[in-house]
Design a binder for this molecule. Structure first.
Ligand code: MN
Length: 534
């Protein structure tokens, strides 16, 4: 591991910090699919989880280390508090990875020291040093974060960083844990660290930040100008509260404005060389995948990946854009992998064409997954003449979503209309293989279906979000349904795609119930572990 980099390193924490937000909980298969896509996207480091937090987290980190942490793959990282047991769990889970990193942290702000840790500054300094050295005994690549750095006394912060680097930290990460700083303050903080930590040239400076004031990306860009060379971010900016800095916004800002940033990296202004290792054409697909699997919808006006981000092509600027794209466009939609909806397949397309196109889109499915997806494809091709790439992605994401396959929708039948009482009949196959049928009346067809499902599954829950979106334009489009439901204090999401939105609604609901059901069966995270976060 070198501490010199001529690029800005992208550290993706979608699977750790991103997954901490309510309702974004992913199962191991889903985490693995996202990790594989992050590797295709070209992120330098994947923070795969917090190995000590639960057996499920441990297994996810370990699986990702094994399958994605290959020779040419990204560095796989696990978070660990500055506690021996945490560091040991991280080291053990990361073992299968070719390149692995332990990311350990402890708070350095007086308010956290006094109320959370109940330790003196001298004690914290000693722990940081000792635990970085301990992590270093397992891996060469160690990242250290002084939690709540933005609210820490700067002299003490410099001391802790110097001690951590002396003990072997190769990356020091400066978090704005509570999302409070402004760009100029954050830039000045990085500058202060660069000037006042004597051994700072032996480590890469990283930044981590939250978007409570909508400033995370702006803060990071200012940090880059002042010497930060690693950015910790998430796809679609998901994360606790208002989320983390968004990967796609950072990467595209550094790409579109590279001439502005070049001098800060010691490059000639006109250099066209890219500032990150990201393959920007994978951005859109990654965004869709994360949105579908987490159930966290992307707002239409979201920069870069929102549905309207490039929509001006068909709006008032159309004339100018047609004459010369650059009149109103600062970037080409193709740069993020958004292509026009090419019609690629139809009902006469065979399994080979289907497999080949999926491969070109970056999906590698097992034989049984391919078979299941192909059956779905044929069903949809019967109803919808033209199957676009986005439809294919919806089909495949939907198939991936089926796990955990506990309850399965076997039949949905609805009768409704202006003079009818919406009535639904539903048949579900239970985890034990039994087929159960029930019926209910509702205020509308979806309500009736959900009530009928509830009569079968019988787990009390509250539906808190329901949304339908069409994958492509046209009356025969596939509808994607995303729902979130609450059980006690926890939120579970579900997602499904179908040309029939009532069927998609039923599947999305059962999908969320399956997650709820699976989590009731698996072990819960121990209290207190998830309370401490970077
Ligand atoms: Mn965080």
């Amino acid at each position: 591991m070198t501490t010199k980099t001529d690029k800005i390193l992208i550290f993706d924490t979608t699977l750790r910090d991103g997954e901490q937000c309510p309702g974004a909980t992913l199962n191991i298969d889903e985490k693995l699919v996202i990790a594989k896509q992050l590797a295709r996207l070209g992120v330098d480091i994947i923070e795969a989880g917090f190995a000590f937090a639960s057996p499920g987290d441990f297994e996810a980190v370990s699986k990702i280390a094994e399958i994605v942490g290959t020779e040419n793959g990204p560095v796989i990282c696990s978070l660990a508090r500055a506690i021996k047991a945490d560091i040991e769990a991280a080291a053990k889970a990361l073992k299968p990875a070719v390149k692995s990193r332990i990311h350990t942290f402890i708070s350095t702000s007086d308010i956290h020291l006094e109320y959370q840790l109940r330790k003196s500054r001298a004690e914290v300094l000693a722990i940081a040093q000792e635990m970085v050295a301990y992590a270093k005994s397992f891996v060469t690549d160690v990242e250290f974060s002084p939690m709540d750095a933005a609210r820490s006394d700067s002299e003490f912060l410099y001391q802790v960083l110097e001690a951590a680097i002396a003990a072997g930290a190769t990356t020091v990460n400066i978090p704005d844990t509570v999302g409070y700083t402004t760009p100029s303050e954050f830039g000045a903080m990085i500058k202060g660290i660069k000037e006042n930590v004597p051994n700072i040239d032996q480590a890469i400076i990283s930044v981590h930040g939250h978007n409570d004031l909508g400033l995370a990306v702006a803060n990071f860009l200012e940090a880059v100008k002042n010497g930060a060379r690693q950015l910790e971010c998430t796809i679609n900016g998901i994360g606790e509260r208002a989320g983390n800095a968004s990967l796609e916004e950072l990467v595209m800002a550094l790409h579109v404005r590279r001439q502005y940033f070049n001098p800060y990296l010691g490059r000639p202004e006109e250099s066209q060389e890219s500032l990150t290792n990201i393959d920007t054409r994978e951005i859109y697909r990654t965004s869709r995948l994360v949105s579908n699997l987490t159930g966290m919808l992307v707002q239409p006006n979201k920069a870069i990946v929102g549905a309207n981000a490039f929509a001006h092509e068909s709006g008032i600027h159309q004339d100018g854009v047609l004459k010369n794209k650059l009149t109103y466009e600062i970037m080409d939609a193709q740069l993020i992998g958004l292509t026009d909806n090419q019609i690629v397949l139809g009902k006469h397309s065979g399994r080979n064409a289907f497999r080949t196109r999926l491969k070109e889109l970056g999906f590698e499915l097992s034989d049984s997954e391919l078979n299941k997806a192909f059956v779905r494809f044929k069903e949809i091709a019967d109803k919808k003449k033209e199957i676009s790439d986005r439809d294919l992605e919806a089909i495949v994401n939907d198939e991936i979503q089926q796990a955990p396959d506990l309850f399965r929708v076997e039949l949905v039948q609805v009768s409704c209309g202006s003079n009818a009482r919406p009535t639904a009949t539903v048949t579900l196959r239970t985890p034990e293989g039994e087929e159960l049928t029930d019926a209910a009346i509702g205020t509308g067809p979806v309500d009736a279906v959900y009530k009928a499902i509830n009569r079968v599954v019988n787990v009390p829950n509250e539906l808190i979000e329901f949304s339908v979106q069409s994958v492509t334009a046209g009356i025969d489009a596939i509808g994607e349904v995303t729902i979130r439901l609450r059980y006690e204090s926890r939120v579970f999401s579900g997602h499904a795609a179908n040309t029939d939105i009532i069927v998609a609604s039923a599947q999305a609901y059962v999908n969320a119930l399956n997650r709820l059901y699976a989590s009731l069966q698996s072990q819960e995270k121990p209290e207190g572990v998830s309370a401490q976060r970077v």
